[in-house]
Design a protein around this ligand. Structure first.
Ligand SMILES: Nc1ncnc2c1ncn2[C@@H]1O[C@H](COP(=O)(O)OP(=O)(O)O)[C@@H](O)[C@H]1O
Ligand SMILES: [Mg+2]
Length: 295
């Protein structure tokens, strides 16, 4: 298949070689270690390897889920992809000009001193030649797109609910129309009903904008709702990956079975259905199921 030049050889990237044409991201044999602080003067410096030969790809416009227990290395992987992990071995090839990030904590990821309008316009100020009026128009259009009222534009983050803040974070991440979004536990800090709304929003935006998303969560049900394919990570290794229904309903690795069982999904003959019907991979798939599970 035809290969295209990576648009964005990330900082520290050892590789500038080519990606397959329909891929937005390729990660090959990625290894990351952290240096452990020396506790005594003459102690040997130790390093702890967190990611072990992680390899995968994401297609353009596709949601790839990454699931695994807390501490297994998910955030380390997302930081490496964003170029925030200066030292690694292996290759990260990215065709997205500006991959964007949505974080877990909508409370600390928004500048508390700035109004929503300023927050949304900042990426445009830094990266485009748009006028102040055009920037404001784009900010208002994006607010509408993420389901927020125009008046929110003059609010400070502290004046918003958790769900509204996460909508603002999502809006901010989309201002530059990225083709790849890294969503690292984007709903983990939210109540269950708000979680479902944010997942529905992400699913809708993903379809409308043709976004590729690396969707990271420790929650098997949440990952199922949004992802077309999924990878299961254990102690820094991908132990199983494949189409989401295949992995969830015909798991091969004992660890996948363990996670499914812990989430109460094991033994379900049919995949969780919802009112959203058979339309695509998400749109609230499993939402009712989830509400029941948490009731
Ligand atoms: N900056 C760091 N320095 C040293 N160790 C770290 C650092 N960041 C994460 N770790 C360790 O790396 C492992 C993986 O962490 P992380 O990638 O945050 O996992 P996850 O996102 O899956 O919870 C954990 O053992 C964590 O303690
Ligand atoms: Mg994490």
């Amino acid at each position: 298949m035809k290969r295209t030049q990576a648009k964005n050889p990330l900082p520290g990237s050892p590789s500038q070689s080519c990606l397959l044409q329909d891929h937005i991201l390729e990660v090959e044999d990625l290894c990351v270690s952290y240096e452990r602080q020396k506790s005594r003067l003459f102690e040997k410096e130790e390093s702890m390897q967190v990611l072990h030969d992680v390899s995968f790809f994401i297609r353009k416009g596709e949601v790839l889920g990454l699931v695994g227990e807390s501490g297994c290395g998910k955030s380390t992987l997302s930081r490496a992809i964003l170029g925030l992990q200066p030292r690694y071995e292996g290759a990260i090839r990215c065709a997205a000009a500006r991959p964007q990030m949505v974080f877990q904590d909508p409370y600390s990821s928004l500048n508390p001193a700035k109004r929503v309008g300023w927050i949304l316009e900042e990426p445009l100020k830094l990266n485009t030649a748009l006028s102040a009026k055009e920037r404001r128009q784009r900010a208002l259009a994006m607010l509408e797109r993420v389901g927020l009222e125009e008046k929110i534009v003059d609010r400070f983050p502290r004046q918003l609910s958790g769900g509204q803040r996460q909508r603002v974070c999502i809006a901010e991440s989309l201002m530059l129309e990225p083709s790849l979004l890294i969503a690292d536990e984007p709903v983990s800090a939210l109540d269950v009903t708000i979680q479902a709304q944010i997942l529905e929003l992400l699913s809708r935006l993903q379809k409308e904008m043709g976004l590729a998303i690396l969707f990271i969560s420790h929650d098997m049900r949440v990952v199922y709702q949004l992802s077309q394919r999924v990878m299961v990570m254990k102690e820094g290794r991908i132990v199983e990956s494949g189409d989401v229904d295949e992995v969830y309903f015909h798991p091969r690795h004992p660890y996948t079975k363990e996670l499914l069982e812990a989430a109460g999904i094991e033994g379900e003959e049919e995949r969780p259905e919802t009112d959203a019907g058979a339309d695509g991979a998400a749109a609230g798939k499993g939402t009712d199921e989830r509400r029941r599970a948490d009731a």
